[in-house]
Ligand binder design. Structure first.
Ligand code: ACO
Ligand code: KIV
Length: 517
């Protein structure tokens, strides 16, 4: 199969900047332009020089400073716009004037207030003037997809006769559908019968979410330039997304028989740069560059991915420069992925321990939006690995009440199958809970250490508590973990009391002195 080249015409700095609320300064535009050059796009549309002195200066600076690609500037078919574009572009290695006029009956009647003949006259004079200034002239028929096919063909023939070297078919308002647009483009190319050295291009908007599909349908019909923007940024719902076009051509060359020259490993970085500079967030589920584009949460998918990546990934994250595949542990995950993560964290548990840890993990998932590695480690270390097989006391229930700084706590522990409840007041809920526990266990150990820390940055993070107690010369450490920090502190204290008994028994120390409880 012969694979043809598709030129990528990036209009992030022109149509992309037309997105409501986006305004890039010269330094920011230069950053984006240099990155687009590194990405190896073929053409950058740097702006609309007649729009403002700032736009003129950005186009001029990019034309002078960004090497290795064609720099285009947009212009209405008016003489003044075309001359402004030329002045801004003339120092570029490869300047292109991109001139346009609307051709649809709606735009002719309501916006331009021009007849067909007047529009044709604008095409003649505009294109001819642009061609007298530069070799490379692109002509766009704005709102082409809602224009009468016979008139549109006449417009494009006129543009070719007066020197246009690229003919662009915009779906300006994102009205087309893929099958319709493909057929429309095919018929137009046939009807105009432009010479081989004239390139056909499309420029699709995303009002119905079909900009990429429409652009690709046109590629199937022989179009060899696609106009697009990074992250699909642009007027209203945006333009065709460049990363999606590029990766669709690369991943499905079998279908399109064409590819771009873009260095796909720079797509992710470019997306991040544009998002940061424009302030337009990339949705997590955005194809190719979204944070979740290579993240798998469902257990069945994670199992498949662990067996073979190609079960659920059609591209490799490294191909687009993304950080990597992520098996995100959450409530939809299964044992395979959980076990794999535990091993990666350095834990080697037997089947019973994994069952216990998995149960605790699923409980945590029901309470917490995302479960971090730190949360899992806290659970596994405190509740599985370090948990004593035989415990003197188990926490059954607790309740705390806080009012004006004073707190009371009620604690129920189980010992030898019997539940024992007691309550106490204290200076805060943890102090009150510890007093109540001391009453139940009949010990007054010294609290040597009390530390609590969050295992991640979220407010629903697991809190992990470490408590060190000393009694009758015996030291014991206890740990507890829970999304409820009071519960975590209570669990740590109970765990430390249980250890005191284990260590005291090993050292043959009676924790109760003469009392034999
Ligand atoms: C589909 C697209 O994305 S097209 C590109 C859109 N980009 C922009 O508009 C860039 C920012 N634009 C601007 O800064 C301003 O609109 C300017 C400087 C270009 C023009 O400003 P103004 O002269 O004040 O005109 P305004 O924008 O209000 O109206 C547009 C005029 O251009 C005319 N016009 C629109 N398109 C064309 C065209 N392709 N060729 C000739 N005339 C055109 C309109 O009929 C209207 O004419 P009128 O002033 O005689 O009524
Ligand atoms: C000027 C043209 C290419 C355009 O931006 C559009 O029609 O959307």
């Amino acid at each position: 199969m012969t694979v043809e080249d598709v030129r990528i015409f990036d209009t992030t700095l022109r149509d992309g900047e037309q997105a409501a609320g986006v305004n890039l300064n010269l330094t920011e535009k230069l950053q984006v332009a240099h990155q687009l050059a590194r990405l190896r796009v073929d053409i950058i549309e740097a702006g609309f020089p007649a729009a403002s002195p700032g736009d003129f200066q950005s186009v001029q600076t990019i034309a002078r400073e960004v090497p290795g690609l064609t720099v285009a500037g947009l212009a209405r078919t008016r003489k003044g716009d075309i001359e402004a574009a030329f002045e801004a572009l003339k120092d570029a290695g490869r300047p292109r004037i991109h001139t346009f006029i609307a051709t649809s009956p709606i735009h002719r009647e309501f916006k331009l207030k021009m007849s067909r003949e007047e529009v044709l006259e604008q095409v003649r004079t505009g294109v001819e003037h642009a061609r007298s200034l530069v070799e490379d002239v692109e002509f766009s028929a704005e709102d082409a997809s809602r224009s009468e096919p016979d008139f549109l063909a006449e417009v494009f023939r006129t543009a070719v006769e007066h020197g246009a070297t690229t003919l662009n078919i915009p779906d300006t308002v994102g009205y087309a559908t893929p099958e319709e647009f493909g057929a429309f483009v095919e018929a137009l190319i046939r009807e105009v019968a432009a010479p081989k050295n004239v390139a056909w291009s499309v420029h699709c908007h995303n009002d119905l979410g079909m900009a990429v599909a429409n652009s690709l349908a046109a590629v199937r019909m022989g179009v060899r330039q696609v106009e697009c923007t990074v992250n699909g940024l642009g007027e209203r719902a945006g333009n065709a997304s460049m990363e999606e076009i590029v990766m669709a051509l690369q991943t499905r060359t079998d279908r399109y028989g064409a590819r771009s020259r873009v260095d796909t490993t720079k797509l992710y970085g470019t997306s991040k740069l544009v998002s940061r500079l424009t302030g337009v967030r990339v949705p997590p589920n955005k194809a190719i560059v979204g944070d979740n584009a290579f993240a798998h949460e469902a257990g069945i998918h994670q199992h498949g991915m662990l067996c073979n990546r190609t079960t659920y990934e059609i591209m490799r994250p490294e191909d687009v420069g993304a950080p990597g595949t992520a098996l995100v542990l959450g409530k939809h995950s299964g044992r395979h992925a959980f076990r794999d993560r535990l091993e990666a964290l350095g834990y080697h548990l037997d089947e019973d321990q994994i069952d216990k840890a998995f149960g605790l993990f699923k409980d945590l998932c029901d309470r917490k939006k995302t479960v971090s590695d730190g949360d899992i480690e806290a659970l596994v270390a405190d509740e599985v690995v370090s948990a004593l097989p035989e415990r003197r006391y188990d926490l059954v229930d607790f309740g705390v009440q806080v009012s004006s700084g004073r707190a009371t706590a009620s604690i129920t522990l189980r010992r030898d199958g019997q539940e024992i409840t007691d309550a106490a007041a204290g200076n805060g809920p943890v102090d009150a809970a510890y007093e109540a526990i001391k009453r139940i266990v009949g010990l007054e150990p010294e609290l040597r250490e009390f530390r609590i820390h969050a295992t991640s940055e979220q407010s629903d993070s697991v809190g992990e508590t470490v408590v060190v107690l000393r009694h009758e010369g015996v030291n014991a450490q206890g740990r507890g973990a829970s999304t409820d920090v009071i519960e975590s502190a209570i669990k740590a204290y109970v765990s430390a009391v249980n250890r005191l008994h284990v260590v005291a028994a090993a050292k043959e120390v009676n924790l109760y002195g003469t009392d034999s409880r």
